[in-house]
Design a protein around this ligand. Sequence first.
Ligand code: B12
Ligand code: SF4
Length: 464
Amino acid sequence: MSQCAAKIALISPKGPLYRHRGGIWRKSLRYQPLTLTTLAGLIPRELQIRVDLFDEGITDVPLDLEVDLVGLTVITGTARRAYELADHFRQRGVTVVLGGPHVTLIPEDAVPHADAVVVGYAEDTWPQLLRDFAEGQLRSRYDQAPTLDLADRPFPRRDLLPAERYLTNNVFEATRGCIHNCDFCVVPAAWGRKPFQKPVEQVVADIRQHDARKLIFVDLNLIADRAYARHLFAALVPLKLQWYGLATVLLADDEELLELAARSGCKGLLMGLESISPENLRASHKGFNSPEEYVRVVERLHQHGIALQGCFVFGLDHDEPDVFLKTAEFAVQARIDLPRFAIVTPFPNTSLYKRLEAEGRILTRNWELYDGQHVVFRPAKMSIQELQLGAEAAWKHAYSFPSIARRIRHSPAPWPVKLGTNLGYRFYAHNLSRFYNCDWIIGRARSRLRPASAEEQEAVSLSQ
Ligand code: B12
Ligand code: SF4
C-alpha cells in the first residue's frame, strides 16, 4: 500500500534528571534530541505519514493521543517510563514500537511491552517497519543488518521540535560507534566495534542547510578513525564554526589532529578520564588512558583554546573509600575545566554487567536506578553507602567556591561561559540528592515491583 496517511508519534521518555517538571536542568542546559529528529527524517515520503515528536524533557505527552503508531526511544534509565507509556498506548489500541540503546542491549526486556522492537541502528529497519505497517504486515522484531551505510540518508527533521525550548537545536553527528572495548561501555556491547561514518561532504551539507554556527557533535568518539577525523575537521575550517564534541585523551598525543580540531572551531571536548587508578583502567580495558598524562592532556587542550569536561566514575573494583576526595582534588589540581563524577553503572549485557552478575553482585534490575547516580551493584572495597555518598562529596569538593576559583582562571572558555557552567554544576552538586530522589519512580515501584531485598532497599533508600 503506498497511500498510508497514518499518524504517528515519536516519544523520548523522561528520566529522573531530564523531565519536563521538577527535573534538575532548566531550559538552558538541554539540547534537542537527535534521535527523534533522525527517525522523523527517515520516514518514507511515499507513505504520507504525519508525525509529531514529543520530548518529555520539555513537555508532557498527551495520554489521549489520536495516533496509529507510537515509537519510543529507550535508554536503560528511562525503560520503565517507556514501558509505562507503551502499555498505556497499547491498551488504547495504538501499535507500539520500541527501539534505542536499551532495546538493543536487551531486546527480551522490551518485547512484552511492544508490538515490534527495533534492535540496533534503524536506518534501514525503521523505513521497512513503516512500510510493513502500512501493508498490515508488521513483524515483531527488526534487526539492522551489519552492512549499514550512513551515506545519502535524509537530514534530521530538526524543524519538528520547538527550537526555542532548547539551549540549541544545532545537534549533529558524523560517525557512530567506537573502536575501543571498555568493559563498562554500552557502545561495543550494543553496536559492536565497527565504526560507521557519514560522508564528510554530507555532514557539511547538513550543517550548511541548517545554517549552524555553534554546534554539538554527539559522536561518541570523533577521533576513532583519525584519517576520517582529519578529513572532517579540514572540511569544517571554512565554515568558521564553534563546536563541542566527545573524544578520547589520545587526541592530546596527535599534535597535527589537535591543531586541526582547534582550527576547525573546537572549543570544548568531553573525555572519559574514568579513574586516577591505572589498575582500574587496565581492568576496564581502558589502559590507553594514563592518569600520569592527564595534566598534560589538559595543558595541551588549553594551549589550543579547548576546554575539557573530564568525566570520572566511582566504584570500580580497585576504588577504596579515599578515592572520592583524591579524585576530586586531582581534578582541581589538574585544572580540568568541568569535572564530572558518576557511579559506575553496569548497563545490561555489557561485559561489566555479565561479570558482576556472574559474581552475584548485581543488586537490582530496577532500570530506573541505572542512571549513573545510583549504586546498583555491590562494590568491591567499600559499602553501598560509602559509594553513594562519596560521589556526592566529590561533586561538592570540585565545585566548592575555592575549587572553582583554583580551576576557572586557567580555563580558555570566555568568562560568562566558564562562570555560568561552573555555577550550574555547583547547583547540581548541591541538589543532586534532591533531584535524584526519584519520588515519582519509587512511589510507583513500591506498588508494582516484587518485594525488594534488604540490599535493594538499602540502595534505594540511600537515593532518597
Ligand atoms: C545526546 C545524548 C544525551 C543527551 C540526551 C538528550 C538530548 N537532548 O539529546 C543528554 C546529555 C541529556 C544525555 C543524558 C544521559 N545519557 Co545520553 N547520550 C547521548 C548520546 C551522546 C547521543 C544520542 C543521540 O542523539 N544519538 C544519535 C541518534 C541518531 O542515535 P540513537 O539515539 O542511537 O538512535 C538510533 C538507533 O538507536 C535507533 N533508535 C533509537 N531509538 C529508537 C526508537 C525507535 C522507535 C526506533 C524504531 C529506533 C530507535 O534509531 C536511531 C537511528 O539509527 C548517546 C550516545 C550516542 N552517540 O548514541 C548517549 C547515551 C544514549 N546516553 C546514555 C546515558 C547513560 C545517559 C545518562 C544516564 C547519563 C547520565 N548519567 O546523566 C543521561 C540520562 C538521560 C535521561 N533521559 O534521563 C547512554 C545510554 C546507555 C543505556 N543503556 O542507557 C548512551 C548510549 C551513552 C553511552 N555510551 O553509554 N544523553
Ligand atoms: S572509548 Fe569511550 S565510547 Fe569508546 S568504548 Fe571506551 S568508553 Fe565507550
